[in-house]
Design a protein around this ligand. Sequence first.
Ligand code: FEO
Ligand code: CA
Ligand code: CA
Ligand code: CA
Length: 686
Amino acid sequence: MKPLALFVKHDGQSSRASVTCEYKCANACFHEVPNTSDGEYFGDIISSLNRRGLIKGGAAAVLAVGAGSVLAACGDDAATGTVIPTNTPVGPAGTGTAFTAVAPNKQDAITIPDGYEQSVVIRWGDPLFADAPAFDFEKQTPAAQAKQFGYNNDFAALLPIEGHANSSLLVVNHEYTTGPHMFRGYNKDVPTDEQIAITMAAHGLTVVQVEGESGTGKLTTAFGKYNRRITATTEFTLIGPAAGSEFVKTSADQTGTKVLGTFANCSGGVTPWGTVLSGEENFHGYFANGDKVTETAEKRVKRYGFTAGKTLNQWERADKRFDMAQEPNEANRFGYVVEVDPWDPTSTPIKHSAMGRLKHEGATIYVTKNGDVVSYTGDDEKFDYMYKFVSSRKIQSGTGQASMRHNLTILDAGTLYVAQLAGNHADKIDGNGAVPSDKGFTGTGKWLPLLETGDDGKGKSLVDGMSAAEVAVFTRLAADKVGATKMDRPEDFEANPYTGKVYVALTNNDNRGKDGKQGADEANPRNLNKNGQILEIDDDHAGTEFTWSLLLVCGDPAAADTYFAGFDKTKVSPISCPDNLAFDPYGNLWISTDGNALKSNDGLFSVVLEGPNRGATKQFLTVPRGAETCGPIVTESRVIVCVQHPGEADDATPENPLSHWPDGGDKQPRPSVAVVWKKDGGRIGV
Ligand code: FEO
Ligand code: CA
Ligand code: CA
Ligand code: CA
């Protein structure tokens, strides 16, 4: 590898605009931290399972999302030819990272390595149905938006359609909206009723069919029969120990099971049975009057960060369920992992309360060789926790409805755990990021049980003084009681399809060690942490013990407080604020970033995990001004990224946009999904 031009200055300020903090996470960046409380590889089993039955949409689905063992294990069934032999990486370690690194920059473009091409797959407002109008920034309506691609795409999954070599379903989350950038003359104090309805329709998820162009990696959308929009008003079913409890009943739903909508959907995952998981993250920002609740509710409300007064989007004006003074329980119906079956556009999506209620970044699945299903999820807030759910139900093979029905219940029974970590060199951690030993930052950990959900869907609390429903709905408070470890904003998890090791993006935490707040520990080794780190967990997946190490301590490689698994720091790309993770077909980790504190645009990076180049980190692309990079998918022939909030800046308006991406000229910026491929049609990074 060649040394890279390092122009970055380590001044420690995230580039995230205030407006991003306001609208995306309801000022989670600035509000008081709400936590004030003190291998074995599935490939071995796959031969005994009917592969076609495992993944409804085609076996390549797993590969396409880089989602872990199950997908990879099914590779020999893949129509795309992306075959991964059982438990053996394709090619030597580092295969797939042979591209010339992109230099950090501030361009209003996606910049990619020489020899690669790119195109936009779909952008905010593009029609999803034949009867949907074309996007017109000046003439938006709620009805149009409900049939068009939503705003601020985050997670993406690509699920091949079986029997159609070039067709796939693209499933995308729409995390949040920003009125000041969506509408001309937007009055944030009094948005119009129509603007409120448009923003509600611009949230949720999209399912859209995409077609590959032969000979290139280009993808274009089609009005396929699976196309669907899920919005803030789509009906969901809440199941598990929270369902029907006193905490989730509302005046509109006395059953406590029928919930309208999903929003703040950040990252997600793909299941081996062909469904898509999505994490409801910063839902607290959608509920007004968080101070007007009962004394009993106050502690719970504070722990989730609800605040007083009206909300930014003011949905409470359109529907009283968003006003906690009028409907105190509605907010308890958000903050779950949701599961959508994209293969049935009429299906009612599920909210799984057995997996806990927190600010789920996403949820990713790993399956052990015994068929045990484990889902990992991070609670993205400063000083919050890492969780896993171990199902008591094993995957069933077979193509029939019975198997599918069974597999759709896997996330409804099992045990929810939260992580507690200890460092091996605790006495050497001083908060400056100095590497404590030859082997770097290492330690051990335990998964502490919180909630066991039985086959009947009823829960058993494993936390003293809390009922099962309380643990399911107020999971953060349960985790506080058992002594979980406070992390630096746990975001995406991803399991390595070859080794089973689990990787976690810890994005940053500028409150670590500040003003009497908890100081550095070995897994979170820097005070005032602006650049984040990547944790590597060697987990006994269905068990309760693990060991861990830090793969990367991110930032400017020239700075003393960064670490790249011992790799030569003069030969790596600067990387800051890791957010979403994905695996390529060769077992390399890919990381997208959010909030680069190094004065460059956000980007996507590859990291070699095994062999002598372990830690080699290289930037594959940068996204346009004001954007963050989300939802990466790395297949053999394509890199897909969601470009979220291009042009987002405090002083940007439709009259004075920061970005004109993707349409150029004087056009408004539009959140979009983009695809990159190799010019010669060859394999990415090979
Ligand atoms: Fe939506 Fe955790 O970022
Ligand atoms: Ca995220
Ligand atoms: Ca991921
Ligand atoms: Ca993010």
